[in-house]
Ligand binder design. Structure first.
Ligand SMILES: N[C@@H](CCC(=O)N[C@@H](CS)C(=O)NCC(=O)O)C(=O)O
Length: 215
């Protein structure tokens, strides 16, 4: 049995959870928060979440985990069969994560967790995020899925990260920068929200946000 460790608030956790659900792989969830506790470091080398426990051992780094799931559970593939199309999916994934989400992530402390971020960081993140989003606008297809007419791994990554990119930029800059630069994201989100697996991930995340607010 596979155990997905982390929390439903984490976009990196949610990308794996969505892939597990879409590929109809049986799994259980274990609520784990990131920390430097030696017991956690023995399972996740940097004390980060998510990580995956499998019968063969533990895996960290969400993208590595997705590649493992794709290689090991082939019944429902989430990458196209052609090498070039697969590479285009991975290009989208890398672009969303490295050129957008990793910048926006620097805002989360203030956007979601009651901390604060300097004006200098906000300006730097804005510049890099806008560059990344203009680049993404040149890559997306939305016909109706992000890389074409088939739902792929790249859509799973988009579901997980778009929500955070939209919410954090709305909170910090007073405008959802994703939507402002790529307006078709609105219809794309509606298409994705029709999927049961996406609905489950969104509902679990909302439930956890609610539980945190009631604390
Ligand atoms: N590159 C990692 C990123 C994972 C990550 O940043 N996880 C966050 C939660 S969403 C975390 O554990 N943060 C705690 C920390 O950085 O110490 C992956 O793809 O799995």
């Amino acid at each position: 049995m596979i155990t997905l460790c982390g929390v439903s608030l984490s976009n990196y956790y949610n990308k794996i959870k969505l892939v597990l659900l879409e590929k109809e792989i049986e799994f259980i969830e274990e609520n784990v928060l990131p920390s430097q506790d030696p017991a956690l470091l023995a399972r996740s080398p940097l004390g980060k979440i998510p990580f995956l426990e499998t019968e063969a051992g533990v895996l960290s780094e969400s993208q590595v985990i997705l590649e493992y799931l794709e290689d090991n559970f082939t019944a429902i593939p989430l990458y196209p069969s052609q090498a070039f199309e697969r590479a285009k999916c991975r290009e989208l994934i890398q672009h969303i994560e490295l050129n957008i989400e990793l910048h926006v992530r620097r805002l989360y402390k203030e956007a979601f967790f009651g901390g604060s971020v300097t004006d200098e960081i906000k300006a730097e993140v804005l510049e890099k995020t806008e560059l990344g989003l203009h680049g993404l606008a040149r890559l997306v297809k939305f016909s109706p899925y992000i890389s074409g007419n088939v739902f792929t791994m790249a859509d799973c990554i988009a579901v997980a990260h778009f929500f955070m990119i939209s919410a954090a930029t709305q909170k910090i800059y007073g405008e959802d920068k994703l939507l402002a630069i790529i307006p078709h994201v609105a219809e794309y989100n509606e298409v994705l929200a029709e999927r049961l697996a996406v609905q489950k991930v969104i509902a679990d995340r909302a439930q956890m946000v609610m539980a945190m607010m009631l604390k």
